[in-house]
Design a binder for this molecule. Structure first.
Ligand code: ADP
Length: 264
């Protein structure tokens, strides 16, 4: 990361000169900048629903005080905004908890297939409601050393995203989400694949950044916080694994997680 400073100067003969200086920002400064950006983004994300909540409270105390119909309508919106703030705070807390333990490897044996089946069951009403079919292809057993709750979170975020942004997109004709679990040598691999609109190449490297969204309006409308893939990336890293995202516009997206297998 470079900081570029450009200054225009005039010398004693009033001839102009341009000074261009490049500074390589040290890792420490880059981290500091990321931290400042993160706090600014988080505050902004919380402020928007909070401002809306305050606005509705004021309306209900004033102009709409005796309007029963408006009260019912406004309370429903207020509830939604409060839920959005709660989701955001939960995600921020998860992220900070995972970061604190980033250097501690979870070691309990976890049944990876059970985790993905459980989440597929939990999300089946969401899929059904959107006319999406979810299928899981898996061998008999895959066991990894891990933290069960965190791995449930990985499965939930990836499958939910594939339903929300992929398979249920209005442009999508193939409304399948396929989850495939395999092993390669001493690694477990999970592929979560949809056939939706896909992701343009310029967005791919930034998807796991906190609060990065391809379409912020769409993400908010679908209840997203912009933190899901950042959480997935951190959890996978803590487990000694990798997250890989492949996509072509118009051809869907595949999210692949590789995790070390459990060894006795
Ligand atoms: P969000 O809370 O917005 O869902 P995520 O970090 O989970 O945040 O995802 C970041 C962004 O990546 C989403 O806003 C969406 O634009 C994009 N995205 C994630 N999964 C998919 C997918 N399967 N197909 C297309 N876009 C996706």
């Amino acid at each position: 990361l470079f900081e570029v400073n450009i200054a225009a100067l005039a010398d004693e003969n009033f001839e102009r000169a341009l000074i261009l200086s490049l500074h390589d920002l040290s890792d420490a400064r880059r981290l500091e900048r990321m931290r400042v950006d993160f706090v600014a983004n988080a505050s902004h994300e919380l402020r928007t629903p909070l401002a809306s909540l305050l606005g509705f409270v004021e309306t209900l105390q004033g102009p709409a005080k005796d309007d029963a119909e408006a009260r019912t309508r406004f309370l429903a919106i207020m509830r939604e905004q409060a839920q959005r703030m709660a989701r955001l705070v939960d995600d921020l807390l998860s992220l900070s908890r995972i970061e604190q333990h980033l250097h501690v490897r979870p070691e309990t044996p976890v049944d990876l297939i059970g985790i993905f089946r459980h989440i597929a069951d939990t999300l089946s009403p969401v899929a059904e409601e959107r006319d999406v079919t979810l299928s899981i292809i898996a061998p008999k057993a895959i066991v990894v050393p891990g933290d069960r709750d965190e791995l449930l979170r990985v499965a939930e975020n990836l499958i939910e995203n594939s339903i929300k942004y992929g398979a249920s997109d209005p442009r999508t004709s193939d409304r399948h989400v396929d989850v495939e679990l395999t092993t390669h040598g001493r690694q477990a691999q999970i592929h979560v694949r949809d056939h939706g609109p896909g992701i343009a190449p310029e967005h791919l490297p930034r998807l796991t950044e906190r609060f990065y969204r391809v379409d912020a309006g769409q993400s908010r409308a679908k209840g997203g916080t912009g933190l899901g893939l950042a959480i997935v990336k951190h959890i996978v890293a803590r487990h000694g694994g990798r997250l890989n995202i492949e996509s072509k516009l118009g051809e869907g997206a595949t999210f692949t997680v590789t995790l070390p297998l459990f060894e006795d």
